[in-house]
Design a protein around this ligand. Structure first.
Ligand SMILES: C[S@@+](CC[C@H](N)C(=O)[O-])C[C@H]1O[C@@H](n2cnc3c(N)ncnc32)[C@H](O)[C@@H]1O
Length: 294
């Protein structure tokens, strides 16, 4: 049953119009945004969700204009029904993810994107996941293509602890290597230059500033025509059917051209909208195949 239908006899028409119909079901908890005019109806909305999903243990509200932590990408959450403890286990693509969205970023809306990347990975690849969170991209890849090594870095110590649990839970030891720290420091410490076949950059708001680092980590001397790949995430503003990707691709190409003095060939293998985050504002991904010009 849809949330709007469950509430149609309880809320007024003007209230139903303000109801935000989408929400995130993560394991046995639900995160929902509630319009400020419906503040007094929060418990009613939560109870309706519980009726639709009887197994749900907690419903938490994400304030409509909530502050997102700039570094960890977490949001303020307020439990409006059920258990205050938001730690849960989420199932996706035959993987299990232990998370607590109070302390770590997690979005079930990225499940298609995670599988899309996993399908592209070839046997034997060395991969760097620069912003791994609790390890979701890495673990989905390891499950789909077990003969890979995915160095998975996150600066949030809670995300790192969950990532270690998730690696064990999904039997991905030796394939997914959890690393805690700032990716700039960690790649330097590990002397990660010219080794990766693929770099994931799932931090749309800031990924552009890490592009030179990602390209330096790539093995640029693969066989001619093969190249290595950067999955570059960005924020794009505009109409879906317009030149939505143009600014993102130009920015990426300009950064790579100036850092490497025009010595790289960059080809956009695929580009897509990952999700809509506001009217005419999207998270997008560009798969950049990068190789050294000969
Ligand atoms: C949008 S989340 C991506 C989470 C993950 N890819 C997933 O699928 O759930 C971005 C992550 O990048 C981490 N982060 C931000 N800046 C970082 C940095 N400089 N070095 C390492 N991790 C960073 C944050 O802690 C956060 O977990």
């Amino acid at each position: 049953m849809k949330l709007k239908d469950a509430l149609k006899d309880v809320l007024e028409d003007n209230e139903l119009r303000k109801l935000i119909k989408s929400y995130d079901l993560i394991g046995d908890i639900i995160l929902i945004r509630i319009h400020p005019d419906l503040e007094s109806k929060r418990e009613i909305i939560a109870e309706a969700l519980h009726k639709i999903y009887p197994r749900v243990r907690s419903v938490a509200a994400v304030p409509l204009y909530s502050y997102t932590d700039k570094l960890y990408r977490t949001r303020d959450l307020e439990v409006i029904w059920g258990d205050e403890n938001l730690e849960t286990t989420h199932k996706e693509s035959s993987c299990l993810f232990r998370v607590n969205p109070r302390y770590v970023f997690f979005s079930p809306r990225l499940s298609y994107e995670r599988m899309r990347i996993a399908r592209k990975v070839l046997k034997g690849e060395t991969i760097i996941n620069m912003f791994s969170g609790v390890g979701c991209f890495s673990i989905v890849i390891a499950k789909k293509q077990p003969r890979t090594r995915i160095y998975s870095i996150d600066v949030n110590p809670y995300a790192y602890e969950y990532m270690k649990q998730n690696v064990r839970l999904n039997k991905a030891e030796g394939k997914v290597i959890p690393i805690c720290g700032d990716v700039r420091e960690e790649l330097k410490k590990l002397d990660f230059e010219g080794v990766a076949d693929r770099v994931l950059m799932p931090l749309p708001e800031q990924a552009h500033s890490f592009l030179p680092l990602a390209a330096r980590a790539l093995n640029l001397d693969t066989t001619e025509g093969a190249g290595s790949v950067i999955h570059y995430y960005d924020v794009a503003i505009g109409r879906k059917d317009g030149d939505l990707f143009k600014k993102s691709s130009k920015r990426a190409e300009d950064i790579l051209a100036s850092t490497f003095e025009n010595s790289l060939r960059v080809e956009i293998e695929e580009q897509r909208i990952v999700r809509s985050v506001a009217p005419r504002k999207y998270h997008v991904v560009l798969d950049l195949r990068v190789e050294r010009m000969r």
